[in-house]
Design a protein around this ligand. Structure first.
Ligand code: ATP
Ligand code: MG
Length: 296
């Protein structure tokens, strides 16, 4: 599952909650945060309530592992595919100049992540079953889900055969296979975020990445039925400013946003409540709400 969306809409929170929820249902889950630099602080680690995460999966709770998805390990594999000997590839990877080149060239960070993702997808347990039954990837910002799929395709035009082309093809097959991959677009129940989410949905579909769900995060609690809300409106018309007015407006905008999404998107729209918590308790609470309401 690729979790994507604009900045600050709750991608990391959704990733951590979904991971906790799916693990509690008995799935072997790996959640991954895509980062440029594994040494920088990890938002996913914060959301999961752990000190730090690493480029190798670590166990966080029963059935739940987490990992940082950085281009570095993928680059090493990539060089092993390009250079004749493992020794040479490892030596090349130790060169700061080559590392800088791989980090800067527009195609290579995505390639590194794709290579690494394939490794994690392929990992098996001793009995041959998948090590990770569900991998949830927290993508950094809008555009990256597309970059993962788009750049390999352009690379294939330049390097159509050989081990790199094969790995790229395998990566693209994975990203575009609706049985194995699904994108989750996270958004907020407000006008502009919904417009942006609709744009993103279009882009994702244009690049053949299967869209699984749209999750509307931080939906305000709405105690009213349609009729009750209309009655409240009549009661308040012509009055001086009333306590709670802004909350009412927020509830109304949220309703409009949800209606618009339901009208324009074919995949399931899932609402996630605005919860008065933060830090790791937020993801834990959201995971238990997911268990009650059923999200996947
Ligand atoms: N359902 C929710 N209820 C209350 N607060 C929430 C909820 N979801 C997210 N938040 C809060 O909103 C903020 C942004 O969430 P988060 O970091 O998950 O977003 P993001 O999309 O990953 O951001 P970025 O684009 O910076 O990576 C955080 O402070 C988080 O605690
Ligand atoms: Mg984040």
């Amino acid at each position: 599952m690729l979790v994507t969306g604009k900045g600050g809409v709750g991608k990391t929170t959704v990733t951590a909650s979904l991971a906790r929820f799916a693990a509690s249902q008995g799935k072997r889950v790996l959640c991954a945060e895509m980062v440029g630099d594994p040494a920088a602080s990890s938002a996913l680690a914060d959301a999961l309530g752990v000190e730090h995460l690493d480029i190798e999966p670590v166990s966080i709770a029963p059935n739940l592992k987490a990992v940082l998805l950085a281009p570095h390990l993928g680059h090493t594999r990539f060089l092993r595919d390009v250079l004749p000997m493992k020794l040479l590839a490892d030596a090349a990877m130790r060169s700061a100049a080559i590392r800088r080149f791989l980090a800067a060239a527009p195609t290579f960070p995505e390639m590194g992540v794709l290579y690494r993702l394939l490794d994690l997808v392929r990992m098996k347990q001793r009995d041959g079953s998948d090590e990770h039954e569900l991998i949830i990837v927290d993508l950094p910002a809008t555009g990256h889900a597309l970059a993962l799929a788009q750049i390999p395709a352009s690379l294939l035009r330049v390097i159509p055969t050989g081990p790199i082309a094969n790995a790229v093809r395998e990566g693209l097959d994975l990203l575009t296979d609706a049985k194995r991959t699904g994108a989750i677009v996270v958004t907020l129940p407000e006008t502009l975020p919904v417009s942006e989410a609709l744009e993103l949905v279009k882009g994702i579909q244009l690049h053949d990445i299967p869209l699984a769900q749209v999750m509307v995060n931080r939906v305000p609690f709405d105690p009213f039925s349609e009729e009750e809300r209309a009655a409240v409106k009549v009661m308040l018309t012509g009055r001086a400013p009333t306590l709670g007015e802004r909350t009412l407006e927020r509830i109304d905008r949220s309703r409009i946003a949800l209606t618009r999404l339901k009208r324009e998107v074919k995949v399931p729209i899932v609402s996630l409540q605005d919860v008065w918590l933060d830090g790791p308790r937020l993801a834990e609470e959201m995971a238990s709400l997911m268990a009650v309401e059923g999200v996947i």
